[in-house]
Design a protein around this ligand. Structure first.
Ligand code: ATP
Length: 370
């Protein structure tokens, strides 16, 4: 069982109907979530959706206008930031330039009630954890950006918080270093067993590091799920569109029984057949959502797939291992299909204006009504 599926597991963090208003603007709107021990929990959403506000309430820099935040079962309302078992790592690492790496890591420990004799040992442990053993005596300007990022992480984990809050921690790193650092973060999170909550607007980053992702929009949570579930079973068009690439075909539902549903979507086109989460009333407005990699592209109509539409290749994005074909249907709509570029199988690839068939199985997509 994952902790969030285990009814006996107590959450580390509980948001109970939390609302945060700034004047008459509602930044967080009646939001309830549970976050469990050892989770790597990502808050994902567009700019201004309330991610940072949610984190700042956890850290104690903001107080909810309504509702409760519990940490380990304790209401945090009256607990100031420095008395919470939390720490926050910011995008600008704010290392002290005149202190060495080791002194930076020790800084918070010296001001805590940790006995002096234990501090050096703890600093060494943190240097090992973040693979900075050789850099303890250097100043921040004598190490790379990625290493500075690890110092900041070591410093924020030194006091062994129950919860580490990471606000766009990798925003300053270039793409390659950012990807490497994501794996380091996961590794360190696993080794320490600390609960991490990360704010990011980079969906790939959230998919890589997180045990679960909360997708937010305008102060609300739209869906919380594991990365694969979010990708395979988005609950709304908003989530489907936000995570990865997706084709959305608008239409009207006609139930065939047992959740099997026909979607009538364009004049002169055969209805799409898919499975809905429930039997929908006839005529319900809906979207059929399907990932490009689930759409097969071929020059002949395939016999194996139930759903098939005809179109012409309009654009091709060559990505090395795969190509994405943008295929224009008779009604002008573009559907994306991905196919592997595998020369050894001498798979015929397609070129501009080629007439093609796009096809998929009954279970390849999802039907969304919101
Ligand atoms: P970004 O990805 O751009 O950092 P975010 O999702 O973290 O965005 P927040 O910083 O939480 O968004 O802000 C949510 C909304 O609340 C925004 O519309 C913002 O303008 C507003 N807001 C945040 N802090 C305050 C404040 N102190 N006073 C007034 N409005 C605020």
């Amino acid at each position: 069982f994952a902790p969030w599926e285990d009814a006996d597991e107590k959450p580390l963090i509980e948001f109970r109907n939390v609302t945060k208003r700034f004047g008459d603007f509602t930044a967080i709107d009646d939001l309830s979530i549970n976050i469990y021990r050892q989770e790597f929990y990502a808050l994902l959403g567009p700019s201004g959706c309330g991610k940072t506000t949610l984190m700042r309430m956890l850290a104690g820099f903001e107080t909810p206008t309504e509702g409760q935040i519990l940490l380990d079962g304790q209401d945090m309302a009256a607990v100031p930031p420095n008395k919470r078992p939390t720490n926050m790592m910011f995008q600008s690492y704010a290392l002290f330039p005149h202190l060495t790496v080791a002194e930076n890591i020790a800084f918070g420990l010296k001001r805590s009630d940790m006995p002096k004799s234990e501090i050096a040992g703890r600093v060494d442990e943190m240097l090992r954890l973040t693979r900075l053993e050789q850099f303890g005596k250097r100043k921040p300007h004598q190490i790379s950006g990625g290493q500075r990022q690890r110092v900041a992480l070591a410093r924020s984990l030194a006091k062994a918080p129950k919860l580490l809050l990471l606000d766009e921690p990798l925003g300053a790193l270039d793409k390659k270093l950012r990807q490497e650092t994501q794996f380091e973060l996961m590794d360190i999170q696993e080794k320490t067993g600390t609960t991490f909550v990360i704010v990011t607007h980079d969906q790939e980053e959230a998919m890589t590091v997180a045990s679960r992702i909360a997708v937010m929009d305008a102060g609300r949570i739209i869906q919380v799920a594991t990365p694969d579930r979010l990708y395979e079973n988005p609950n709304t068009v908003y989530v489907a569109d936000f995570i990865g690439e997706i084709n959305l075909i608008e239409g009207k539902a006609e139930p065939l029984g047992d959740k099997l549903t026909e979607i009538h979507w364009a004049e002169g086109e055969v209805p799409i057949i898919g499975t809905a989460a429930e039997d929908l009333p006839k005529g319900t407005a809906c979207h059929f959502a399907i990932r490009p990699e689930k759409v097969a592209i071929s020059s002949e109509r395939p016999e194996t797939h139930a759903n098939a539409v005809q179109g012409r290749v309009h654009d091709i994005a060559y990505l090395g291992n795969i190509s994405t074909y943008h295929v224009e249907l008779k009604n002008g709509q573009i559907i994306k299909a991905q196919a592997a570029n595998n020369r050894r199988l001498s798979r015929r690839s397609f070129t501009w204006e080629d007439p093609v068939w796009l096809s998929w199985t009954d279970t390849a997509g999802v039907i969304l009504t919101e």
